[in-house]
Design a binder for this molecule. Sequence first.
Ligand SMILES: Cc1cc2nc3c(=O)[nH]c(=O)nc-3n(C[C@H](O)[C@H](O)[C@H](O)COP(=O)(O)OP(=O)(O)OC[C@H]3O[C@@H](n4cnc5c(N)ncnc54)[C@H](O)[C@@H]3O)c2cc1C
Length: 366
Amino acid sequence: MQRATIVGAGVFGSWIAHALKERGWKITLVDQHGPANARASSGGETRIIRAAYGRLAIYSQWARESLPSWLELEDRVGQQLFVKTGALFLSGGGAWLEDTAATLEANTIRTEWIPRRDFSRRFPQLQDAGTSDALFEPDAGVLFARRAVQALVATLADDGIRIVQAQADAKTLIEESDDEVIVFAVGAWLPSLLPEVLGDGIMPTRQEVFFFGTPPGDARFGPDQMPAWVAFDDGIYGLPDLEHRGVKVAFDAHGPPADPETMDRSVDAASIARVREVLQRHLPALAGAPLLETRVCQYENTADGHLLLDQLPGQDRVWIAGGGSGHGFKHGPAIGRYMADMIETRRDPEPAFQLAGRPPRQRAVY
Ligand SMILES: Cc1cc2nc3c(=O)[nH]c(=O)nc-3n(C[C@H](O)[C@H](O)[C@H](O)COP(=O)(O)OP(=O)(O)OC[C@H]3O[C@@H](n4cnc5c(N)ncnc54)[C@H](O)[C@@H]3O)c2cc1C
């Protein structure tokens, strides 16, 4: 039987473990702090799943292919992991809205233009300061991230995968393992685990997330009335009041460099004032709302925002999976299958996912 050790039980490592297990592999899944822990990018409460990606059709297709796998997991574990809220994209993205509409139409994924005159009637809690129509993806929604990854890992354990809490050292693991495959799926820890290869290849940044309380008796912010939304003008996005934990709001712009192991995860008054200022423009009813909770997480950015799914140079049985760059969570099931295919067939990844040939300047994928 073929064997693999997968290091990192975030969304990437866990779905890779799942895909290889489905193909009959014997797997060990290792995480230093446990699956979807509070430091991991996959340890957040919620993540948006949408197929809207401008012209980047591969991500639209992966998001669409991934949703049924999330729903199968939901069925298997008997817990809610997905809420269909729809996702609304507000102006300011240049040609991004038009490109998205064209890509999704070509892939038979539903979208709807919301004319400006209808906006406040359709979404009375949201305000759009822009001048163009908004684009709505009705089948998009939100995944309960930490819950979903921990549920997945529980099913892996039930299916006989060995789950180990330990800190892996890359050099030792590669030297001491004989013929087994090794996958490093350690998110923002990739640069410190593989400094010679990825010291500059992944740039972890500090990202703050805010949960605001809704007014008493006001149901407009619940998931049946309010979609997930992205306002490109202000680089901000938000989610409805899920499980009554508050409306989530966060900036997508890259924050300062972050160390996922040791960074300060508290939020200061200046950040709170900044987010309230933007709320005034997009969710005016919540601009003065009580702040219920904050979280600080990290993006693990590649230079161009594309995922990194490739072999470690010079090591034909060692693989890297990471570079989620603020948008990777939704694709977990597709990434698992893609990696399993590459590992079994030894074929090269798409140019976009390769380690070599990344542009020198930092950009983002939306
Ligand atoms: C605030 C925020 C909002 C986001 N919003 C979205 C969204 O709406 N939609 C979306 O699709 N994506 C979103 N993302 C991105 C998404 O969450 C990440 O791309 C994804 O979770 C990355 O998963 P991962 O498995 O690569 O890394 P992680 O989840 O960080 O997992 C890496 C794991 O490796 C372990 N590890 C590290 N070093 C070692 C070692 N030496 N030995 C053993 N274990 C080790 C860590 O403990 C950790 O558990 C968001 C991210 C953030 C931070």
